[in-house]
Design a binder for this molecule. Structure first.
Ligand SMILES: *Cc1c(COP(=O)(O)O)cnc(C)c1O
Length: 383
């Protein structure tokens, strides 16, 4: 078979074809699922393939990881059972006395886990204000081992300059880890911008169909750190299972298409509702009025993603809108083909630092005019 090896292919093409997959035995154009928990050895008692035992990974997981590494331009990518199990594995590399940074307003699971490490393990953490210039630089100490940033941050969509954060981290001898769940590799190449670790909740855009949880650590280098993370994953037993990896491969094949559509629709919705009489603000990094827009425009090269927040005039108004949509589904999570609306503070609970008036929207792939009409009708009778 003639392979288009002379062509320089775009990531969208490679991902759509699951890395030009053709089954060598029978020609199937879709990778199969390999659910085996254990793998036989050959006559010399050597593993026949790469796999030994499924808690280390297996062929289906490896195929998904190869696609992810290709998307992120990574030396290797590791797949986990969820975004949180990937983050927990990364923070497991910290010792007592080591320091980590994290945004004050960001993904609440990460923040909660770091608070636990501070209380129970003697890890030190500084939560910095991602809206303030210089706050990240001031948060870094000589003990900092991991500079954790999130961009755009959930749910205010604050933007941090990845290249600048990489310089700050590296000057302190720390690694830069970027939670780029919202800025998929279609639009942001965190490793190319200098990050050591690109983190994604694969539950979100990468899978895109709200039917698995998954997490990814894409690493800029092979070596002892990558080996340690793989060992942690094996011993914690947090590798993604084969069926989930297969669904993820299927989801990834349409990632570029879905992300492009979500980005376009989110932009249209943000523009439509900016200056709406029933709203005090629209938070979306694609709007020139967003404080992080200039940096976002530089590092989100192919769309601003499908996440935005609407700030209603009161908590009651936000509650009203979240309970009166007919197309938007009132549920947490993001990055799926179906649009979701969330009254974020109600989901995060009493410790939340999110504005009570904030409505988080995840824009899916539906008709954008239906989405706009739905929000308009829900806002119409809001107090
Ligand atoms: C969802 C999410 C996570 C956690 O991922 P899970 O797959 O839910 O464990 C981390 N960061 C961000 C920005 C997320 O949206």
């Amino acid at each position: 078979m003639k392979k288009p090896s002379q062509l320089s292919l775009s990531p969208a093409t490679r991902t759509a074809q699951a890395l030009h997959f053709i089954n060598p035995v029978h020609g199937a154009v879709v990778p199969g699922i390999e659910p085996a928990s254990t793998f036989a050895r050959d006559g010399d008692y050597m593993p026949i393939g790469n796999a030994v035992y499924a808690r280390d990974g297996g062929p289906t997981v490896e195929h998904a990881e190869a696609i992810l590494a290709d998307l992120d331009g990574a030396a290797s990518s590791l797949l986990f059972t969820s975004g949180m199990s990937a983050a927990v594995a990364l923070f497991e590399t910290l010792e007592a006395g080591d320091h980590v940074t994290c945004p004050i307003v960001g993904y609440h699971g990460t923040i909660g886990w770091l608070h636990r490490l501070v209380e129970k393990r003697g890890v030190k953490a500084t939560f910095y204000d991602a809206t303030q210039d210089g706050a990240l630089a001031a948060a870094i100490t000589p003990d900092t081992k991991i500079v954790w940033i999130e961009t755009p941050t959930n749910p205010n969509w604050d933007i941090t300059d990845i290249a600048e954060a990489a310089e700050l981290a590296h000057a302190a001898g720390a690694k830069l880890a970027v939670d780029c769940t919202v800025a998929s590799p279609c639009t942001t190449q965190a490793l190319e911008l200098g990050a050591d670790i690109a983190f994604h909740s694969a539950t979100k855009y990468m899978n895109g169909h709200s039917d698995i949880t998954g997490g990814v650590l894409s690493l800029s280098e092979t070596g002892p750190f990558a080996d340690e993370l793989r060992m942690i994953r094996t011993l914690q037993g947090t590798v993604m299972a084969a069926f989930e990896a297969w669904l993820l491969i299927r989801g990834l094949r349409t990632l570029h298409l879905r992300f492009e559509r979500a980005s376009e629709s989110a932009m249209a919705i943000a523009k439509h509702f900016e200056n709406h009489p029933k709203l005090s603000a629209v938070l979306f990094p694609g709007l020139p009025s967003h404080p992080g827009h200039a940096i976002a425009a530089r590092q989100m090269t192919n769309g601003f993603g499908g996440m935005l927040s609407l700030v209603a005039l009161s908590r009651e108004a936000a509650h009203h809108v979240a309970t009166h949509t007919q197309v938007f589904i009132p549920a947490t999570s993001l990055g799926g083909v179906e649009s979701l609306i969330e009254h974020r503070i109600a989901v995060e609970g009493p410790h939340s630092v999110v504005a009570p008036e904030l409505l988080r929207l995840s824009i899916g792939i539906e008709s954008v005019s239906d989405l706009i009409a739905d929000l308009e009708q829900a806002l119409e009778n809001a107090p």
